[in-house]
Ligand binder design. Structure first.
Ligand code: NAD
Length: 454
């Protein structure tokens, strides 16, 4: 085993070292998970439900500890991190109802009885990114476990600590240790082995479109199932008939939450030309009012970027001659700080086309509804987005026309555990969350029972 060093992004101090799982370690974990899954699937549905409720209760009892770990490891503001830890509990609670409700169908046919069963797939490999370690992990592991599978999870190299702790809490809550295993390590070792190992029957990958494409190609060799949650370049469309004060006051939170390291970030604000100047006047104080600083302090709204190399990547999008309209604050001194930054580039600029994954937003004027829709869809991505209008017909027309998996009208909400989440186009494949997520961890088996004459 090798170890990797974790750095606190707000202080640049060494936080901890974490052992990296080897190839042989993955193979051993898969073999143990395979055996544990058979026992888990054989348990009475009510017993599996109770085990998931105990897991949720264990997380609930450690919300503050998990939140503090995320502040230190990822630089998330304490308010956000506390919500994220509570979200793990809530998602586990939601899917703890699944084992007792995962019913198949009885289909009327001639000559016998026809029944469908939702059979678990077996061992599931979940690969997560560094931006939301806790929520993204639970979106994969909770419905997968609930549907009767075993789960191996590989957290991102930079941010494994909360996932490791959640794995310990599962065992403390009474889940079989081999059923849910956290395997920290490299994508090129642990992640790739999930893809190539024949006993890992499905991959849930969240991360960049580049690596997701590679995971999908690798999975094709075994016709392995995949769910992919990938990048985004979402639009926040502001029409002239909306509540402009509210649209401007909330726009920063639609893009700068988690320092813009959010796949759903509305990183393109499209504003109808006749209200563009007024919108910019209203946006400036909202951006300058964002509380950027110590993530452990209550009231902080935005922390640092996650790492030095990611900071360098974000910096490269804002050279000295960048069309900066205005910027917010950021601390100086140690830490990977970057101020909220508003750009007014041309439509063809790379800041309009590429996912920056930092607190940088491009504001672009548009002429009319048709132009807004064309501009919003002029991207290979399609994950999220917002539409601001007080015209109901326009809200319906535009929300149906924008090619995106998750839209909100007159708000910036993207994720609720009880509604489906996922991307159009190159933002992904499949859906997580919502009532149907457990079905994506099952195969439908149809059995016909011939009935003989009496
Ligand atoms: P990344 O693609 O670099 O890494 C994601 C995970 O894949 C990490 O755990 C990494 O170790 C692993 N990995 C790397 N190479 C691998 C390989 N060859 N085989 C298997 N696994 C491998 O992404 P990141 O930089 O950690 O995260 C940022 C990206 O994630 C952004 O593009 C963002 O939009 C996306 N994201 C999407 C969603 C969504 O729900 N759509 C949510 C969060 C983040």
């Amino acid at each position: 085993m090798t170890a990797s060093e974790l750095i606190n992004p707000a202080t640049e101090e060494l936080l901890r070292t974490v052992e990296q799982t080897s190839l042989a370690g993955v193979d051993d974990a898969v073999a143990r998970a395979k055996a544990a899954q058979r026992d888990w699937a054989r348990l009475a549905p009510g017993d599996r439900a109770a085990a998931l409720r105990s897991f949720a209760a264990a997380v609930d009892a450690h919300v503050d500890e998990l939140a503090a770990l995320e502040v230190a490891n990822s630089g998330h503001p304490i308010g956000n991190a506390t919500w994220e830890a509570g979200h793990v509990r809530d998602v586990l609670q939601f899917y703890s109802a699944t084992p007792e409700r995962l019913s198949g169908k009885q289909i009327p046919v001639a000559g016998g009885l026809d029944i469908t069963f939702n059979e678990p797939l077996g061992v599931i490999g979940v690969i997560t990114p560094w931006n939301f370690p806790m929520p993204i992990a639970v979106w994969g592991f909770a419905p997968a476990l609930a549907a009767g599978n075993a789960v191996l999870i590989k957290p991102a190299e930079w941010t494994p600590l909360t996932t490791i702790r959640i794995g310990e809490l599962a065992v403390e809550a009474g889940l079989p240790p081999d059923l849910f295993q956290v395997l920290p390590g490299k994508g090129s070792v642990v992640g790739e082995r999930f893809v190539t190992h024949p006993d890992v029957r499905k991959i849930v990958f969240t991360g960049s479109t580049e690596v997701g494409t590679r995971v999908m190609a690798g999975a094709a060799a075994q016709v392995k199932r995949v769910t992919l949650e990938l990048g985004g370049k979402s639009a926040n469309i502001v029409f002239d008939d909306c509540d402009l004060d509210k649209a401007a006051a909330t726009a920063p939170y639609g893009v700068f939450d988690n320092a813009g390291q959010d796949c759903c970030a509305r990183s393109r604000i499209l504003v109808q030309r006749n209200v563009y100047d007024r919108f910019m006047e209203l946006l400036e104080p909202a951006v300058k009012g964002i509380a950027v600083g110590d993530p452990a302090a209550k009231g902080t709204e935005m922390g640092p970027l996650v790492s030095k190399s990611h900071w360098e990547s974000v910096v490269s999008y804002v050279p000295d001659d960048a069309p900066v309209a205005f910027r917010g604050d950021a601390p100086s001194g140690p830490g990977y700080w970057f101020p909220p930054t508003v750009l007014t580039p041309e439509r063809s600029d790379r800041t309009v086309r590429e996912e920056i994954f930092g607190p940088v937003v491009a504001v672009l004027p548009f002429e009319d509804e048709a132009d807004a829709i064309e501009l919003a869809n002029d991207t290979p991505y399609g994950l999220s987005g917002s539409i601001w209008t007080d015209n109901l017909s326009r809200a319906v027309r535009v929300s149906r026309a924008v090619e995106s998996g998750n839209l909100s009208v007159n708000s910036h909400s993207s994720v609720r555990y009880n509604t489906p989440f996922g991307g159009f186009k190159q933002s992904g494949l499949g859906r997580e969350l919502g009532p149907d997520a457990p079905l994506s961890f099952t195969e439908t088996k149809n059995v016909f029972y011939a009935i003989g004459d009496a």
